[in-house]
Design a binder for this molecule. Structure first.
Ligand code: KG4
Ligand code: ZN
Length: 337
């Protein structure tokens, strides 16, 4: 079954063709980074208008580059939650229009579940595994028992990790997108230059939860308070110390999840999973095998949506014309922001 995937939840306008849930025939990921750069962040209105302009030409380009006829597509999978409402509406409306005109079934896919599935397009990872999704919108650790059997173990109680990278970078003028800029700058800095406070959340209920608002405030507003004697407050030092604190927190929670659950397979996903320090640090978790999607499948893409969508369709599940978008996620055992 050849599934067309459509992803427009944030600032990537992405389309992909995936065969039987695992074989990526072709994909296009058009980033709107340039459109939002002068604002140092994604502007929702610009994002949805850009998706509107881009989506049809990109669809034609995808078919042309893949040398696939429209008639070869068997079904459509589209991200319908969570994300920016206006952006999601563009992708969903396009999917519905196409499904109507080609008389194809279509199915709405949860973006976060898509990230948790992305690795399966590159290598088969057996269930269960611990999925860690770290992006501009989400920071969570999940237990994944099947492609749609997901329980959230922990999540951020406030800001997302990637958002924190972006805000710190914006404040210091490190560049946009912030995560990439900090990753690059940190390579020249000393992570010990600032000892930012460790996050402490009540044990038990918050065993795997994370928090980023305190670190963000410390890195932006209270920098001098945490400076280690003898070190300069240079850009690279700020970047390196901030990055270490932000990522070490995730690694610590992951270690705890491995120890508690006995699940030793870890799968990364989300934009911050492209972070070089994170990719290295997770290898230090004793007893765990870590599966890292390529950078293209870590960040937002439509291949993961088409891949996961295939399984729903294969199970006989498709959606009707009344399918709507949702800014938030539902259906997980534990809610997350
Ligand atoms: O998954 P994604 O493409 O979009 C969301 O669903 O949010 O993630 C984007 C986030 C941004 O916050 C960006 O700064 C961050 O991923 N990011 C990184 C790196 N590359 C992208 N953060 C840290 N280090 C990186 N190398
Ligand atoms: Zn994402």
């Amino acid at each position: 079954m050849l599934v067309l995937g459509i992803e427009s939840s944030c600032d990537e306008c992405a389309l992909a063709l995936v065969e039987n849930g695992v074989t990526l025939r072709h994909q296009i990921i058009a980033s709107q980074v340039k459109e939002h750069a002068e604002f140092n962040g994604v502007v929702p209105e610009i994002a949805s208008r850009t998706h509107t302009r881009w989506i049809l030409p990109l669809y034609r380009k995808l078919l042309h580059e893949a040398q696939i006829e429209q008639s070869e597509i068997d079904a459509i999978a589209v991200t319908n939650r969570p994300g920016l409402t206006g952006s999601l509406v563009v992708g969903l409306s396009f999917a519905k229009g196409l499904a109507w005109s080609l008389r194809l079934p279509f199915v709405g896919v949860d973006h976060v579940r898509g990230h948790l599935y992305a690795i399966q397009l590159e290598q088969e990872v057996g269930y269960p595994y611990l999925g860690v999704i770290v992006s501009g919108g989400h920071t969570l650790i999940a237990r994944v028992d099947g492609y749609d059997e997901i329980a959230i173990l922990g999540a951020t109680v406030d800001d997302a990790c990637g958002e924190c990278f972006d805000k710190v970078a914006k404040h210091y003028g490190f560049g946009y997108p912030g995560g990439v800029a900090i990753d690059r700058l940190a390579k020249e800095g000393n992570p010990e230059a600032f000892s930012f406070p460790q996050v402490s959340l009540r044990k038990g209920e918050h065993r795997y939860d994370m928090s980023y608002s305190g670190l963000k405030t410390a890195a932006i507003n209270q920098l001098e308070q945490f400076r280690t004697e003898g070190y300069e407050a240079t850009g690279p030092n700020i970047a390196a110390a901030f990055q270490k604190s932000a990522i070490d927190l995730i690694v610590k929670r992951l270690q705890r999840a491995v120890d508690d659950t006995g699940i030793d397979r870890i799968v990364l996903g989300g934009g911050v999973a492209a972070n070089s320090y994170l990719r290295q640090a997770v290898d230090g978790i004793p007893g765990a095998s870590v599966y890292k999607p390529s950078l293209e499948l870590c960040t937002d893409n439509a291949a993961m949506i088409a891949g996961l969508g295939y399984h729903y369709l294969h199970d006989g599940k498709s959606d009707g014309w009344d399918l709507n978008v949702s800014a938030r996620v539902s259906g997980f055992r534990k809610a997350y922001p």
